[in-house]
Design a protein around this ligand. Structure first.
Ligand code: NAD
Length: 379
């Protein structure tokens, strides 16, 4: 059972799909782990550490991938890499399938069995495999760290002989995994924190972290959570009411972090240019949804832009900005899923193609795009 770990070719992806800890576990499962030299460097992991954990380190991706039955990655293989993959290889990665049909077709053509970790069902059994949560948690933390870096004032209240510095005000929009960690981090830094979400369940979670919940709590709000625990798209009427409430609130905020996502759809627009303009110069907005179209008008992916003295942070890949923390969690998520594909007594691959986790995440197999949400429609 040859398992390959390769360096990410995607620009700016510093995370890695395995760590010395998961390599040890993979070897114990019966795997022969081959790591491309330097694959862990940007996440702070040396080749020597992989070797000490039981992996072989090779000079190139081609060598690592040659004959590999399993590949553990962060991003989906790019077209140029696919010729190095053996048909039938199991690839575990964040596949980013929405709107990328050509890339999915290319993976199908290469004959690989591609599993999209971000499609893992949010059920108890799969919590240990939930890359969205493990990575979003760090993104929420980093959003506050980045915002406080760009902010021109202190966050905690400070009472000094020379006078009092007031506490900063932080508003978090979207209180899912990232948002809750942003709230907790801002509270730890001493800020006065408020938060909003369209899911009623989030109200108590926000309060439990010591933040105040701000939302239009009408009948639609009470029904806004889908059976899978995600937010439903809200009506235009609700969005208008929410926007009016936010417009009033935002004028008094120093830092706003937006995290709102709807799976498979563009991110909802939460802050208009007018709202941003109503904030004091020196304030900071972090748009964590910037790569999904953005929650904030004017945010630019990969940039910090300044509009009317307000900085809007649109960094790419927030979890990647903490690659040495993100990689161990991500790698453990991959390992936990992969472990379910192995016959532990025979120490061989034994994918249960009928398992609900396999069915929910498998995108391509045997030359075709097989996932019901992404397979070409036959009319
Ligand atoms: P997400 O990343 O999809 O979205 C972030 C947040 O934005 C969500 O809380 C969402 O409700 C909110 N949002 C969407 N539209 C909005 C709008 N117009 N205005 C304000 N907020 C808006 O969400 P997530 O962090 O992945 O979490 C989604 C849900 O899944 C949460 O209930 C979370 O607790 C739950 N969850 C369950 C498990 C599990 O059971 N294994 C694991 C992780 C998360």
């Amino acid at each position: 059972m040859k398992i390959a770990v390769v360096a990410e070719v995607h620009l700016g992806e510093p995370r890695v799909g395995a760590t010395p800890d998961t390599v040890k576990r993979l070897v114990a499962l019966g795997g022969t782990v081959v790591v491309e030299s330097g694959a862990g460097l940007k996440a702070g992991i040396l080749d020597a550490e992989y070797i000490a954990a039981g992996a072989a380190v090779v000079a190139s991706a081609a060598e690592a991938l040659s004959g590999a039955q399993v590949v553990l990655k962060v991003r989906r293989p790019e077209e140029a890499e696919l010729s190095l993959y053996t048909p039938g290889t199991i690839v575990l990665a964040i596949m980013d399938p929405h709107g990328h049909e050509a890339a999915l077709e290319a993976m199908a053509k290469a004959g690989i069995s591609a599993f999209a970790m971000e499609l893992m069902p949010r059920i108890t059994r799969a919590q240990v495999m939930d890359v969205l949560s493990s990575q979003a948690n760090l993104a929420g933390y980093r959003a506050i760290i980045d915002a406080s870096y760009e902010f021109n004032r202190a966050l905690p209240q400070m009472m000094t002989a020379a006078g009092t510095v007031p506490a900063g005000r932080v508003f978090v929009m979207g209180a899912g995994v990232a948002g809750l960690q942003a709230i907790a981090t801002a509270r730890r830094l001493g800020a006065i924190v408020t938060a909003t979400d369209v899911r009623p369940a989030s109200k108590d979670q926000v309060a439990s972290l010591g933040a105040k919940f701000i939302a239009v709590e009408d009948e639609e709000f009470k029904q806004a959570e889908s059976a899978t625990g995600y937010a439903k798209p809200m009506s235009a009427e609700y969005q208008a009411k929410q926007a009016a409430l936010v417009a009033e609130h935002i004028k008094k905020q120093d830092i706003v972090v937006t995290t709102a996502l709807i799976p498979g759809r563009p991110a909802p627009r939460l802050l208009s240019a007018e709202m941003v303009a109503s904030m004091r110069p020196g304030s900071v907005v972090v748009d964590l949804a910037v790569e999904r179209g953005g929650n904030v008008e004017g945010s630019v992916a990969g940039e910090v832009v300044e509009i009317g003295g307000v900085k809007i942070i649109g960094h790419h890949n927030m979890p990647g900005r903490l690659a040495a923390s993100a990689s161990p969690l991500y790698a453990k998520n991959l390992y936990n899923f992969f472990e379910t594909m192995v016959d532990k007594s025979a120490k061989t691959l034994a994918v249960k193609w009928d398992d609900e986790l396999v069915k929910a995440t498998l995108i391509t197999r045997d030359g075709a795009v097989v996932h019901p949400s992404f397979a070409p429609k036959t009319v």
